[in-house]
Design a protein around this ligand. Structure first.
Ligand code: SF4
Length: 451
């Protein structure tokens, strides 16, 4: 029977980059003889891969740690660890609030997990023999290079995340990423291509290239390959059918990239382009490095080059100094662009960022009202846009059994819209054609027309 000490439970918070890092840790652990479990109660090792994009997430993580503390009291041999952005940002605070942690690993140290676990297991054994207190492992370094060629235990079988760069040089005034993920470092082009070729050989049909700002890929590297060139190389990989990427920064989206997106068959007609605000005053306070006119101009060029493109975005409301007329500018931009989706948030100050020092804070009630108005508008736009698709044939990649009914499957269009339809399980992983028969805000309903 398998020992529980070799079972690892990993909980990932936050963005796709964190999910990718968790896949690497899972792969490394599997190579070292560990197995993943979905049940924390039966695990010998529990690891939280943390995020620190908002204070709310931080509170959630500390509250989860409080629950795990009880589990550790019942099972003292349990190894409990934390890694990721929260650890990188405030390691001392983490250890002060959770002194029962066995280890913490920063964003540049996560791949050392197997050796750290080996050390700790040795210490635990020594402690049980000698009665001494074992040492905690703390590895939090800055900008340490992440090795290439690490194994990954992918969560999905047909669509994979591939990191192309880490870090960010932009220092938007509200954001923590440059402090917790460091400055931009691009992976060598040949390593990225090798990873994607291997995925294609294993039957993966879709990749999502990841980076905090993919549009600046290669800028700091000695290789003369920019993001548009990289897309061109990825497009040539045999067996691969779809290429997605995220996140794109509006100030770095070049005409060359735009032309490539229009030209390359495998690049999907969807772009996530965070605008954050429609007011130039607020964009300047956010230090985003572009104006609403620049953003609108980009949208016009994108629509001209790729008429069917779906655009999604991120918007923060209630940023310090946002007056009603600034918010109206945001609503107006949202209406004019006609986004296919928006992640919308009320601003909340994040410790250590420039914006946290700004005055003219907006009362929570005002921010909340603005958020509701924005969501209402965005939903109307989305309903209108989705209704337009009824009666049309679209290509989808079938991803999995639908969450709502085991008789139904769900897949995504090239424009990243979810389609639910009746179909056989064997279709999962295939790219098929469906006819859209009904629409809603969050999903479309389809009927299979060809396989
Ligand atoms: S571009 Fe701005 S918001 Fe995005 S990760 Fe970099 S600093 Fe943060």
């Amino acid at each position: 029977m398998e020992s529980n000490s070799l079972k690892v439970y990993i909980r990932t918070y936050g963005c796709q980059m964190n999910e990718y890092d968790s896949e690497i840790m899972a792969g490394l652990l599997e190579n070292s003889g560990y197995h993943l479990t979905d049940n924390p109660a039966e695990a010998g090792v529990i690891l939280l891969n943390t995020c620190y994009v908002r204070e709310k997430v931080k509170h959630k993580i500390y509250s989860r740690l409080g629950e795990l503390k009880k589990l550790k009291e019942e099972k003292p041999e349990l190894i409990l660890g934390l890694c990721g952005c929260l650890v990188q940002k405030e390691p001392e605070e983490v250890l002060r609030r959770a002194p029962y942690l066995d280890f913490i690993l920063g964003t540049s140290n996560f791949y050392q997990l197997p050796e750290v676990l080996e050390d700790i297991s040795g210490n635990h054994n020594r402690e049980s023999q000698s009665g001494d207190k074992y040492a905690r492992v703390v590895r939090v370094e800055e900008d340490r290079a992440i090795p290439e060629g690490m194994p990954k235990l992918r969560k999905r079988r047909f669509s994979a995340f591939v990191s192309i760069m880490r870090g960010c040089n932009n220092f938007c005034s509200y954001c923590n990423v440059p402090y917790v993920r460091g400055r931009e470092v691009s992976r060598p082009c040949k390593d990225i291509l090798r990873e994607i070729e291997e995925l294609a050989q294993k039957g993966y049909k879709e990749v999502t290239l990841l980076g905090q700002n993919v549009n600046s890929y290669g800028k700091e590297s000695r290789e003369k390959v920019d993001f548009a060139d990289l897309l061109g190389f990825v497009d040539q990989i045999e067996g691969l059918r779809r290429i997605r990427f995220t996140t794109s920064h509006p100030k770095d989206l070049s005409d060359k990239l735009l032309e490539k997106m229009a030209e390359l068959d495998k690049v999907c007609e969807h772009l996530h382009l965070p605008v954050q605000s429609g007011s130039n005053k607020i964009l300047s306070r956010m230090k985003r490095g572009y104006t609403r006119e620049h953003y609108q101009n980009l949208v016009d060029k994108l629509r001209q080059a790729i008429p069917e493109i779906a655009l999604t975005t991120d918007i923060i409301v209630g940023f310090p100094g946002e007056e009603e007329k600034d918010f109206q500018d945001t609503l107006e931009l949202v209406e004019t662009v006609g986004f296919d989706g928006a992640f919308t948030f009320c601003y909340s100050p994040l410790k250590g960022t420039e914006a946290a020092q700004l005055e003219e804070r907006i009362p929570e009630e005002t921010s909340g009202q603005r958020l509701r108005r924005l969501i209402e508008l965005q939903q109307k736009i989305l309903l209108r846009k989705n209704e337009f698709l009824v009666g049309k044939e679209v290509e989808i990649m079938v991803e999995k059994i639908s969450k709502k009914s085991s008789d139904e499957l769900q897949g995504r269009t090239r424009t990243n819209k979810m389609v639910v339809f009746e179909g056989r399980k064997e279709l999962i992983g295939n790219i098929i054609s469906v006819k859209i028969v009904a629409s809603g805000c969050w999903a479309l309903r389809g009927e299979v027309s060809s396989c």
